[in-house]
Structures are given as C-alpha cells and as structure tokens.
Design a protein around this ligand. Structure first.
Ligand code: NAI
Ligand code: MG
Length: 355
C-alpha cells in the first residue's frame, strides 16, 4: 500500500473553504481505494498567524515541511497584512527553497464548460511557467523615496541553468506525449538582455529534441493568439511573469479562476512539491461559502499524478466533469447557486458511483 504524508496549508479567505473540499475528496478516495492512504498535518500559517507572531511561519517552518511528500496549499492574502508579506515570507520561500522551478498550469476546457469564446475546437494545453527566478525577484530597491527624485530598480534574474531546466522539462513533456511543437513566450525584441538569454538557452535545449519544433512568439502576440486560436497550443514554456499573466487569461477562457489548478514541481524530488489553485484568497467572497472548490480539487488530482497515481487522478477528473456536465450543482461563478461544500459533496457522490 502506498502511503503519503501531506502538509496542508489552508491559508486565508476562501483558502480554508476550498481546501476542506479537497481534503474531503482525498479522504473519500482513501476509503474507496485501499491501495492508497495518506496522513495529513494542517499548518495554520496564515495572516492570523502573522498578526500574532510577526512572521508567516515559524523559524523552522521549511524544515518542518521538508519531511512531507507534498504540500497542499489553499491561498494567502488578507487586507490586515501588507500584500507582499505572505508572498515573500511564505509562498516564495517554499517555491524557491524547495526548488519548485516548474509551475505546471493546465489550460483545459473540461466537459460541461462553455468558453466565453465561440470556439468549436477544444482548448487543452499545458503551460510550464518558470517558478524560481525571472521577473519575480527581490533584488533591487528604492532610493530618494518620498521625494521628486524617487527611483526604484527591480531586477529580473534570468540564468542559463534556470532556463535550461524549465525548457528541458517542457520539451521532455512534449516528447513523452508525442507533441510536435513547443511554444516559448518571449519579448527579446524589447527586453534585450534577459529575454535574449532566455531565447538563446531555449534554442539550445530545442536542438536535443528531434522532431519537436520550437516556436518562439512575442508575449503580446501570444495574448492575442490565446483568444484567436487557443486550440493550436499544446505546450507553452514561459518566464515567471509572462506565465503568470498568460495563465490567468487562459483560465478565463476555460471557465475562470475557480476551475484552474497548478502544481509547483521539484522534478528531482529532493524537496516536496506544492499543489494549489491559481486563484487567491478572494476576499470579496470569503465567508460566503460560494467559492468554487474545483480548482483546489483538481490540484489534488495533480498531486496524485505527481505521486504516480494517474489512475486516481483520472477518477477525480471524471467525477468533476460528471458534476459539470450534469450542471445542477454549480457555484455562482459558473452560473449556479450551490455552495462550496455542495459541489464537494456532488463530486464525492460521483466518486462513489465510479468505485
Ligand atoms: P483572487 O484570485 O483572489 O480573486 C479574483 C476574482 O476571482 C475575485 O472576484 C474572486 O471572487 C474570484 N475567484 C477567485 N477564486 C475563486 C473561486 N474559487 N471561486 C469563485 N470565484 C473565485 O485574486 P485577487 O482578488 O487579485 O487577490 C486577492 C488576494 O489573494 C490578494 O491578497 C492577493 O495577494 C492574493 N493572492 C494569493 C495567491 C496565492 O496565495 N497563491 C495568488 C493570487 C492572489
Ligand atoms: Mg497569478
């Protein structure tokens, strides 16, 4: 029997609401499938914790998380705490210290979901977003603050090694899945140092993959292609910022943030990987019990895939799609009037039917 240790970080706002549904689904799977079991520990490292202790996690927080097979994460963000604090004191340390340099984001139109686009062909691709460096760096600073000469410098960090490993991961995925084209998001015509190095390294990696075409496209044009011809994409590799923006756009094409999961992967498995929806803590709907839990539940499926249990992940996806196709139990973001836990329950009922 396979046994997994999962660290659960519900976070703030709707984070705990949707994580609860994700955990319900995992528990149900464990009941129904005896080949799999897990143990979870919940860490309440969130904005309340910060207000009480002046930090987002204990000193040895990362040491604690390191012993787990995976981190199952909700979302952080609370008006009482400055926005950059949870990002730079909890999310970024986990992603960077645990070398979760691949941020995998499926942009997939599930059965039962209509896109705001009048597209005939299904949208189904993977974005591999560089997750450890790039535009999201804390290198830089401000001088002459509060004066007319106020100046800020924010450095982008692009390294050969960093680009090589994310591009290699994307190309490996393409080869494994017999996909013949990898698109790289660039802007080397304007960002001539960092994006030029990005292009050079991606080009070099592509040489090792016979039969897979590399298509480097400027990110502004890509934004338009996401709308014009999203069905033409299969694998897209992008820097941290470009990937972040494009995937929110992608999410909007396939049902919205409430349906969009992500995996922060450490491919070498030296550290735990982390699974979370791409949405934030949604303070506008927090506490109303109407958050869509599907992105979080899909993240649980990505976690099972990471554990090598594609079979269990497929069961979750099948159950999610059955609920969407049925269309009776949907949260308001999808035009329904069901609550977060009613959607979780409906997915569990579908799992029951399957197993
Ligand atoms: P958001 O993703 O929290 O919300 C954007 C919009 O989408 C809101 O109208 C919200 O109600 C809706 N939405 C999001 N998730 C939903 C769900 N599951 N079901 C139904 N509707 C959903 O992004 P926003 O408003 O920009 O940020 C809110 C807070 O979240 C901020 O503090 C931000 O820093 C934080 N944040 C945290 C992230 C993380 O923890 N990884 C990622 C993105 C934002
Ligand atoms: Mg984002």
């Amino acid at each position: 029997m396979q046994k997994y240790q999962i660290a659960v970080l519900p976070g703030d706002g709707i984070g705990p609401e949707v994580v609860q549904e994700g955990m319900k689904v995992l528990l149900k799977l464990q009941d129904l499938d005896t080949s799999f079991t897990f143990e979870s520990t919940t860490f309440e490292w969130n904005s309340n914790y910060y207000i009480k202790h002046g930090r987002m996690m204990p000193n040895d927080g990362l040491e604690k998380l390191k012993t787990y097979d995976a981190v199952f994460f909700g979302a952080l963000g609370d008006k009482r705490v400055e926005e950059h604090i949870p990002v730079w004191e909890l999310i970024m340390p986990i992603r960077k210290q645990f070398q979760q340099y691949v941020n995998l984001r499926p942009i997939k139109q599930l059965n039962g979901i209509t896109s705001p686009l009048q597209n005939e062909e299904p949208i189904d691709f993977y974005v591999f977003r560089e997750n450890a460096e790039g535009e999201y760096s804390n290198s830089g600073g401000r001088i002459y603050d509060q004066t007319d000469q106020a100046m800020a410098i924010q450095n982008t960090i692009i390294t050969k090694k960093g680009v090589e490993r994310i591009a290699t991961y994307a190309f490996d995925y393409a080869r494994k899945n017999e996909i013949s084209r990898v698109v790289s998001a660039t802007k080397s015509n304007a960002i001539i140092h960092s994006m030029k190095l990005w292009d050079d390294v991606v080009n070099e990696v592509a040489l090792d993959y016979d039969g897979i075409e590399l298509d480097s496209i400027y990110v502004d044009a890509l934004a338009a292609y996401f709308v014009n011809k999203p069905h033409t994409f299969e694998v897209l590799v992008a820097s941290n910022l470009f990937g972040d923006i494009l995937t929110d756009l992608g999410a909007a094409l396939v049902g919205g943030l409430g349906l969009s999961p992500s995996a922060n992967l450490n491919p070498e498995r030296n550290f735990p990987s982390m699974f979370e929806p791409i949405h934030g803590s949604a303070p506008d709907i927090a506490g109303k019990k109407i958050a869509n839990p599907i992105a979080q539940i899909w993240s649980a499926a990505l976690m099972l895939e990471h554990f090598g249990r594609d079979d269990l992940a497929a069961k979750i996806m099948h159950a999610i799609e059955a609920v969407l196709v049925n269309g009776e139990v949907l949260t308001p973001d999808l035009g329904g009037n069901a609550s977060t836990s009613e959607v979780g329950d409906a997915i569990i009922q579908e799992l029951d039917k399957q197993l």
